[in-house]
Design a protein around this ligand. Structure first.
Ligand SMILES: [Zn+2]
Length: 140
């Protein structure tokens, strides 16, 4: 049964783009405007709710459309453009810092604004930036 289901799923995506980074980003962004539409359902006669619900549906349908698209080259170009965009890099960096925040502290270098990672629980330490050579003291 499970093999048959995975076979059917794999057959669906033959010759199609599938869920690449941009499609997954769009799909993961859907809950935010959807929650805003629920929270703001009574504000301004429901227009805010309708707006945010429409945004969430556009993101959802755009993600599905990309996943089932057969224009592989166009979707690949869009995905590469997205991967090099500042939005992806800042969101990806924030998610990485959040996932590692249990073991590490993150500081921005005052000299070059580069993010630096140091182990937690080491007390007051001098942090040396490998990018610009600046040093500063922080409590970990
Ligand atoms: Zn620096």
């Amino acid at each position: 049964m499970r093999n048959r289901l995975s076979y059917l799923l794999s057959r669906i995506f033959v010759g199609r783009c599938g869920f690449d980074d941009l499609s997954l980003f769009l799909m993961r962004a859907v809950p935010l405007p959807f929650l805003l539409s629920v929270i703001l359902r009574k504000a301004a006669g429901g227009y805010f709710s309708m707006f945010f619900f429409s945004v969430s549906m556009v993101l959802f349908l755009w993600s599905l459309w990309r996943a089932f698209s057969t224009s592989l080259y166009s979707r690949k170009c869009e995905n590469e453009h997205f991967l090099s965009s500042p939005i992806h890099q800042s969101v990806n960096g924030a998610m990485t810092r959040l996932s590692q925040s249990g073991h590490y502290r993150f500081f921005r270098c005052p000299g070059c604004r580069q993010w630096l990672r140091v182990p937690r629980g080491k007390g007051r330490i001098q942090i040396h930036c490998p990018h610009c050579g600046n040093s500063f003291i922080k409590k970990t």
